[in-house]
Design a protein around this ligand. Sequence first.
Ligand code: VG1
Ligand code: CO
Length: 562
Amino acid sequence: MSVKEIPTKPFDGQKPGTSGLRKRVKIFQQEHYTENFVQAIFDAIPLSGSTLVIGGDGRFYSPEVVQIILKIASANDVSKVIIGKDGILSTPAASNVIRKYKANGGILLTASHNPGGPNADFGIKYNVDNGGPAPESITEKIFARTKTISSYKVREALPVDLSKLGDTTYGPLKVSIIDSVKDYVELLETIFDFGLIKSFLTSHKSDFKVLFDGLHGVTGPYARAILLDTLSLPESSVQNCVPSPDFGGGHPDPNLTYAHSLVEVVERDKIPFGAASDGDGDRNMIYGAGAFVTPSDSVAIIADWAEVIPYFKKGGVKGLARSMPTSAAIDLVAKAKGLEYFEVPTGWKFFGNLMDAGRLSICGEESFGTGSDHIREKDGLWAVVAWLNIIAAANEQDKSGKLWGIREILNKHYAKYGRSFFSRYDYEEVPSEGAQKLVDHVNELFKSFHGKVYTSSATGTSFKVANAYNFDYTDPIDKSVSENQGQVVTFSDGSRVVWRLSGTGSQGATVRMYVERYVAPNAGEKELARDTGEGLQALIDVALEISNLKQFLGREQPTVIT
Ligand code: VG1
Ligand code: CO
């Protein structure tokens, strides 16, 4: 079993985006393509003698890629790999395994919420020893290496049977196949008050039903273990919880558009608590009958209620954070509690340094990502159980017998802090040229923007520009700088519009437009309870008009509205 050196040539475009390298499966299947990228990881990061974790969402082409990684890892003198059974580990579970077993890093095979299957997407992401996504300094090194690579190393041995738990070898490489779910469930048991949640759910079997939709992604087995085995909920509390390599042909993204399987059943059966997660298990949507929680509100509410969660009660809350486009709802909680808070660029990798430095406990992104410093990835099921914990605690606190559900928690929050109406318009897979023209146009406007007044023709509401800038970020811990992370316009009433190009698409360009308008608690119940689309209509009109977006992108309507 000698090491062979295989000659190769660089491929264009192996640049990891917001969250790893994501391309069509067909691209990864080209001869040498996957091998090049994996070897570039080993060339960019010293991993000889190290322990690596391998896992993923089980999407189409994953089993083949696990065997490719074994060949290359073995030839590059990696000493041990820990693999989730059948190559499966949700993204949060992989982060936990890296931390728990003190591995040097991990390779995650996922394209998250992007569809899977032979004609859809695959992805490879490298995580570092804190369990989080590699920072830009490392992904840039990997990308640089992909541009000069001329050969990769392999050692051929018999393929490892990924379905058999236990220890084996691949040449000199030690291989350990572990249960995909067990460590993760044990982790959540140290965080939440499962006793309280269980007793609440058991005593409200008839008036507080729960429905979790795995969207055929990786979370199915995790959700079953937590909701059915640990919390004793009935089988009818989960749906689409058998992971499939093409996610049942669907788009495993928990939002109101793609998670319609959940929305329909929740509304039809009037289910008070519904939730869904994405393909790799790091995203979540909380949605009960007539009550949708925006991710920006969700993280603010979890932060506000943190002390009912044993993990935070014991360890305290060190600081809060959100990605730049996320609404400022969490900032208000931080101010009220006297906590430090941060605004970082889009992508979970920007939270890691703050957590490692002990300055951040709870954070989130508007893109249905919520999490804490228990690991270094966002965590879909963590957020679901956090909400159950909060609801159980709210019911325990209120002795009047009133039933607290999602709506009651939301209303209480708005009455105390006001409400940040928030929406995101996505224009997916538009021509890259049009997207660039839009960016250039907005930059041009920025030069003479201050003080300009824009009026929505539909509603007559006016907005006066207060500030306009490109968002640049300097990491408070390592001082690394990330420039041009989105174009921001703020208005004198505190409203805000952001335009950003996505870094996770696999084809063309995707433009995201984020709009936010704050309404103070004294605006009254009626104003606070308005429909999101209605509350934001005037601002959206103005945002579309000033950016000339429809003309540049050639699209009348966004692909997705969240
Ligand atoms: C999107 C989201 C971002 C998220 C990223 C990865 O990135 O906007 O908030 O961190 O996806 O999520 P972009 O660059 O396309 O806007 V996941 O669930 O794909 O790991
Ligand atoms: Co994901």
